[in-house]
Design a protein around this ligand. Sequence first.
Ligand SMILES: CC(C)(COP(=O)(O)OP(=O)(O)OC[C@H]1O[C@@H](n2cnc3c(N)ncnc32)[C@H](O)[C@@H]1OP(=O)(O)O)[C@@H](O)C(=O)NCCC(=O)NCCS
Length: 210
Amino acid sequence: IMAQQVSSSSPFLKPFFLKPPVRAVSPLQQRRHTLPASEFRNLTPQDAISVFEIEREAFISVSGECPLTLQEVLSFLSQCPELSLGWFEEGQLVAFIIGSGWDKESLLQEAMTQHVPNPPTVHIHVLSVHRHCRQQGKGSILLWRYLQYLSCIPGLRRALLICEDFLVPFYLKAGFKEKGPSVISVSNMHFQEMEYTLGGQAYTRRNSGC
Ligand SMILES: CC(C)(COP(=O)(O)OP(=O)(O)OC[C@H]1O[C@@H](n2cnc3c(N)ncnc32)[C@H](O)[C@@H]1OP(=O)(O)O)[C@@H](O)C(=O)NCCC(=O)NCCS
């Protein structure tokens, strides 16, 4: 009898029982159920394993060499995550670009492992698309978005990369110019150096949405 009286007369218990049942959902749990269909963002060191999986499949089977080792991926994603871009679909990495800073006219062998802070030039080390997603325009779209994004970073003037002959037409289509044979060689492979001028004319810059 005493217990009944306490519970029915207590002003503190009533609001609790009157509240409709609410399932506590943290913002994190909510997000898990609504992963964006498509998202572009800078990579972080936590993405290194996904990056390396795509890279390994794309390059090891073809040339036996990856442009970047896992250690180098981790190193660049720690030092200059702002020079990377990943394309995620439902949370899965489908394509990525990793760049680092450079400050010489052309790419030299040491550019392969080095990041120069506050650079005038970005060295694009690798662009790779998951094998299930190739030949759908994703590589071109990601590269275009990356170059647009770079042109909004103050101080950056151009992007440089080296590629094998067969990919020269791909980069020409993306707006790069051929600089000629690169001095860099990796296990007897030879490369062409390609250059992209960021921003271009004042007109493009004004209308680029920076
Ligand atoms: C190269 C790569 C990034 C292109 O991405 P993608 O999403 O497949 O490319 P897109 O659909 O935007 O464009 C297709 C174009 O890429 C070029 N291309 C792609 N793979 C090619 C290959 N093996 N040989 C020649 N050209 C190729 C062609 O120009 C092609 O156009 P086409 O179909 O009219 O010939 C992608 O194929 C890839 O990751 N390959 C393995 C890794 C690699 O070689 N990376 C580049 C060096 S860092």
